[in-house]
Design a protein around this ligand. Structure first.
Ligand code: FES
Ligand code: FES
Length: 171
């Protein structure tokens, strides 16, 4: 057993003892009941289980949780799908996913949402030219598998959010 201290969606959890072989996915879903983070392939291949990890310098990245131990997240701040909407209000990205009918079963959606959110925040720090946008979105979402094949709609949804606020996201 090892002590785990972690901040999730802005809330620091009381340090807790967890088994060394407990995955982060099981910690979220089974220990905390946060089932928005999905378990798909269980082999770091589909990224349906991805969460956001926030660096102290304000940058962020995503990580799978299915094959990663909970204790490796000790001291980290993460965001999950449950942390996006504020006071019941969906983010522009979440609304765009719905407006585009980007998902069907929704199993991949939390992973896509987290990845796209990381991309938006990166673009806000470092905008790209309009003619680089399609490639930038495609590269960011690459690696996320959707068995219901919503790839194009996810891409279009992210593009809509960027184009709705070009001063923020585009150079
Ligand atoms: S469930 Fe983690 S990558 Fe597929
Ligand atoms: S919406 Fe079903 S796997 Fe993507």
């Amino acid at each position: 057993m090892t002590r785990l201290a972690i901040t999730i969606n802005g809330r620091a959890l009381a340090p807790t003892e967890v088994r060394d072989d407990l995955t982060m996915n099981d910690f979220l879903r089974e220990h905390l009941g946060m089932t928005g983070t999905k378990f798909g392939c269980g082999a770091a291949q589909c990224l349906s289980c991805a969460v956001i990890i926030d660096n102290p310098d304000g940058t962020s990245y995503t990580s799978p949780t299915c094959v990663v131990s909970a204790i490796s997240f000790d001291g980290k701040a993460i965001r999950t799908v449950e942390g996006h909407a504020k006071n019941g209000e969906l983010t522009a990205l979440q609304k765009a996913f719905i407006e585009h009918f980007a998902f069907q079963c929704g199993y991949c959606t939390a992973g896509f949402l987290n990845e796209a959110q990381v991309l938006l925040e990166r673009l806000a720090r470092k905008p790209v030219a309009r003619d680089e946008l399609e490639k930038t979105i495609a590269e960011a979402l690459d690696g996320h598998i959707c068995r219901c094949t919503g790839y194009v709609k996810y891409h279009e949804a992210v593009r809509d959010v960027v184009l709705a606020d070009p001063k923020r996201y585009l150079a």
